[in-house]
Design a protein around this ligand. Structure first.
Ligand code: ATP
Length: 835
């Protein structure tokens, strides 16, 4: 695509954003929304519209080559990402559920489900590709040196003694020789048979008149069957029931597009380097050519101010302090609106203070008067009256200011000269001029301060007392600051470099290499019935694609983007719970690969016996945290997370001390600050074995991963078979396979496909098409997820804080409807409980 295309895309996204901002920040603040459904609808629509803008901006940022434009796009992009997270958070609080279904809104907006896919900005990896590659190289080197990698692979492969190995080789060699001999014997036997038959029927050769129709019959049959098959395939392709033959082949246009994309990336780097060079060069030249002029004008202006002030007040003014902005304060040009706004803000602050005072007094009075009136009821009534209101956003101001920059600088900029979309020197000049002006101002201020002092001494005969007192004041301020300073965390490894800590952690197996999986490898299909089911008061099962989206929102976006992590609702922990094989570990690895994060493994089984004792544990956590902070983003993965919070440790596991982290994990989380891009991800197959209170206190965000639904199974079967053998899925009844594998997890499906489609079978595909029945053998040897296990998960989730909140809200909602119908209050509550 061309530069114009991406510029246009950016412009359109900004326009759409402008509309949204008008809707989000109207002149008259909207009234609180009393209807929950309407509020959810509003939030969902905003969410989807922001998502579309996000997609366009991400693409534009990835491909635009103009360095200055890219900076503005990046600001908006990060802001939009943060706003999407905020909206999701609002939705979670409003609907009291992690999963939301937008199918009805998609229908209204005439969009497909692919519009809900949350893109992962490519800059997360692209902008630190060199660092990541270097780190990967170091990690591999350490692993090779220490032999950790070998031992890991050795774990997977069963150890074999020499005798055993020799025996296996002998057996297979004898089998090979036997097969070869048998083949020769068959060939010899067939040869002899043919010769014998030829001798027997030699004299009775067929009459050509009889032989010809025989050959024709066979040939006609063969050719007709072939033709019919071809007709059938063309018809299926025409009906859209089969993909065209070169459907999965990459087209020439695509290859070209990819090539252009990579060329653009090179151009981006080149333009960025030129831009950086120009920044320094232009500043130098401005300093050389303009700073003298600037100095003189500024000096003249300040002198003028001295004189004017003396005329007006009879005294020379005090020169503003450097901390207050120096001479900037003198020349601050404020518009009448700014002055009015300042006055209004002051008045507001005053009124607020008054109100607060009044409130406090009232509270005191009411506290004395009435303990008879129940507070709870009052609170509820107030809440009901108030309704839902959007919480204040931390990202909207950023988006607005970036939008203003777009409108002020870029929207109508003449760019006919800039065909190659490199930097605009005029803009750099404007920016650098300001910087040089500031530098000059500081120098001039110093001079003028001295000049004013001299003037005061000679004209007003004033002594410089103030300075001394001010200096004293400054000292006091400093004293205050140092008093307020918080205690710093103790560094247990002050003499060690990060490299040596990194190496130690790798050697100990605490820092591991993530498996090479991307989030796009996690297959799943959109759930099309979500809203319909919810409207019928049936809680739909989330689909794997919903899970994937949650993971992008809660894991990838905050880890990948610094500003989003700092300002978005804080997320330090995430729990992925679900039956074995639903892809929990795969998702953890995908988070690391998509964000370039380090992966620390603090699973109970992995830390057992390492760094023994209390001080050892402290040292281990300190090292992990220090490296994780320095080389952020980082993911701290705890497999079998429930074991840390066991209600009762099973006898067999007592030796491993699985509860080792129980006390220190909350402390570790407390020490994480908003600027530390570290995410603790727990995975658990049996969360119900943990003490739910302490477990949920640590893991505040819980994602329950379900077994795949029919649509996801269909996609899984199709994709997994196609990956192994391109055209094999055409002959398989995938729908039947998806139907009978209800209850099986993706891991089961992966296993079945691997078992059946081995290299030998793939080689036979052209002669013997694949059938669905071949998978049954492998499937029937695997244990599906039974209903009881699924119910256990659901029951456990209902006991988590969000689950309890939801059931509470549901029962209170039912109570209300019960009241409306004129039924007794108790009946409603009972109903709620039963449900
Ligand atoms: N949605 C999916 N799409 C494609 N492959 C998947 C999906 N989910 C799981 N898999 C595959 O299934 C296998 C098992 O996944 P994984 O080990 O992540 O499961 P798990 O839930 O962590 O299992 P366990 O709880 O037993 O440790 C992996 O090979 C993974 O690639």
């Amino acid at each position: 695509m061309s530069h114009t295309f991406y510029n246009k895309m950016w412009g359109e996204a900004q326009q759409a954003l402008c509309h949204l901002l008008q809707q989000e920040m109207p002149d008259v603040p909207p009234k609180p929304e009393k209807d929950r459904m309407a509020a959810a609808q509003l939030l969902s629509t905003l969410y989807i519209r922001y998502l579309q803008i996000f997609r366009s901006l991400e693409l534009a940022y990835d491909q635009m080559t103009h360095p200055q434009k890219r900076r503005v796009v990046r600001l908006v992009l990060d802001g939009v990402m943060g706003r999407i997270l905020e909206l999701k958070n609002e939705l979670v609080e409003l609907e009291i559920s992690e999963f939301h279904y937008f199918d009805d809104i998609l229908q209204d907006l005439k969009m497909g489900p692919e519009c809900l896919e949350i893109p992962i900005p490519k800059y997360f990896i692209k902008e630190k590709l060199k660092v990541l590659k270097e780190r990967e190289r170091i990690l591999s080197e350490i692993l090779q040196r220490t032999g950790t990698q070998e031992s890991e692979t050795a774990k997977a492969v069963k150890q074999m003694s020499l005798d055993e190995a020799v025996r296996v080789i002998q057996v297979s060699e004898r089998a090979r020789q036997g097969r070869l001999r048998a083949k020769f014997m068959t060939e010899i036997y067939l040869e002899e048979k043919r010769e014998r038959l030829a001798k027997l029927h030699g004299e009775k050769a067929l009459d050509p008149e009889v032989a010809a129709p025989l050959i024709q019959k066979v040939w006609q049959g063969y050719i007709q069957r072939k033709r019919t098959k071809q007709h059938r395939e063309t018809e299926m392709i025409f009906l859209g029931m089969m993909p065209p033959p070169n459907f999965s082949k990459v087209s020439m246009a695509e290859v070209l597009a990819r090539k252009t994309e990579s060329l653009r990336c090179q151009l981006q780097e080149q333009h960025e380097a030129e831009y950086q060079h120009s920044l320094a060069h232009i500043k130098d030249s401005i300093r050389e050519t303009e700073s003298l002029d600037m100095k003189e004008t500024l000096q003249d202006q300040i002198r003028q101010w001295f004189i004017e002030c003396r005329h007006a007040t009879g005294k020379f003014p005090d020169f503003p302090d450097e901390d207050d902005g120096g001479s900037n304060v003198i020349f601050a040009q404020k518009t009448p609106e700014q002055v009015a706004a300042e006055l209004a803000a002051k008045e507001e602050a005053k009124e607020k203070k008054k109100k607060e005072k009044g409130k406090k007094e009232k509270e005191k009075k009411s506290g004395k008067k009435g303990k008879n009136k129940s507070k709870g009821k009052k609170g509820n009534e107030e809440e009901e009256e108030e309704g839902w209101k959007m919480s204040a956003s931390t990202f909207l101001p950023d988006i607005t200011s970036a939008n203003q920059t777009y409108q002020g600088v870029w929207q109508n900029r003449e760019e006919a000269w800039n065909l190659h979309q490199s930097h605009d020197p005029e803009l750099i000049k404007e920016e650098k001029r300001k910087e040089v002006e500031e530098e000059v101002r500081v120098q001039v201020d110093e001079l003028m301060r001295q000049e004013l002092l001299n003037l005061k001494l000679s004209v007003d005969r004033e002594k410089s007392k103030k300075k001394k007192s001010k200096k004293g004041g400054k000292k006091k301020k400093k004293g205050k600051k140092s008093g307020k300073r918080k205690k710093k965390e103790k560094d247990l490894t002050p003499n060690r470099t990060i490299d040596s800590l990194y190496e130690e952690l790798v050697t100990e197996g605490l820092l591991i290499k993530p498996k090479p999986v991307q989030l796009s490898d996690y297959l799943g299909e959109y759930s099309y019935l979500g809203t319909t089911l919810r409207q019928a008061d049936i809680e739909p099962m989330p689909s794997l694609s919903d899970v994937k989206q949650l993971l992008v929102l809660y894991g990838i976006l905050p880890l990948g983007c610094e500003s989003v992590h700092e300002k978005a609702p804080s997320m330090k922990t995430l729990l992925l719970a679900g039956p074995s094989g639903v892809g929990k570990k795969m998702l953890v690895n995908a988070i690391c690969n998509e964000t370039g994060a380090n992966l620390f493994n603090l699973s109970p089984a992995n830390i057992a016996g390492k760094y023994p004792g209390k001080s050892g544990l402290q040292m281990m956590l300190h090292m992990v945290l220090k490296v994780a902070r320095q080389l952020q983003p980082s993911v701290i993965w705890i497999d079998d997370a429930e074991k840390t919070f066991y209600k009762k440790v099973p006898k067999t596991e007592k030796q491993l001390d699985p509860k080792r982290l129980k006390k220190d994990l909350p402390k570790l989380l407390k020490s994480l600050k908003s600027e530390d891009r570290i995410l603790v991800v727990g995975t658990s197959q049996r969360p119900f074995e943990a003490d739910i209170k302490s477990f949920c206190k640590v893991y505040k965000k819980i994602i329950l991963i379900p077994r795949p639904d029919y649509a996801s199974r269909l996609v899984l079967w199709k994709q997994l078979i196609t990956v192994r053998a391109d055209s094999a899925s055409a002959s398989v009844n995938i729908s039947a396979l998806a139907k009978i594998t209800d209850g099986f997890t993706p891991a089961h499906i992966v296993q079945a496909v691997e078992n059946v489609l081995n290299d030998r079978r793939v080689g036979q595909l052209s002669r013997k098409p694949l059938t669905a029945a071949e998978f049954l053998n492998s499937l029937c040897r695997q244990e599906p997820v039974y209903k009881e296990e699924e119910e256990a998960f659901k029951g456990w989730y209902a006991k988590t804080p969000l689950g309890r909140k939801r059931s509470k809200a549901k029962s209170s909602g039912e109570e209300d409807t019960g009241k409306d119908k004129g039924k007794g209050k108790k009946k409603g509550a009972k109903k709620g409980k039963k449900k």
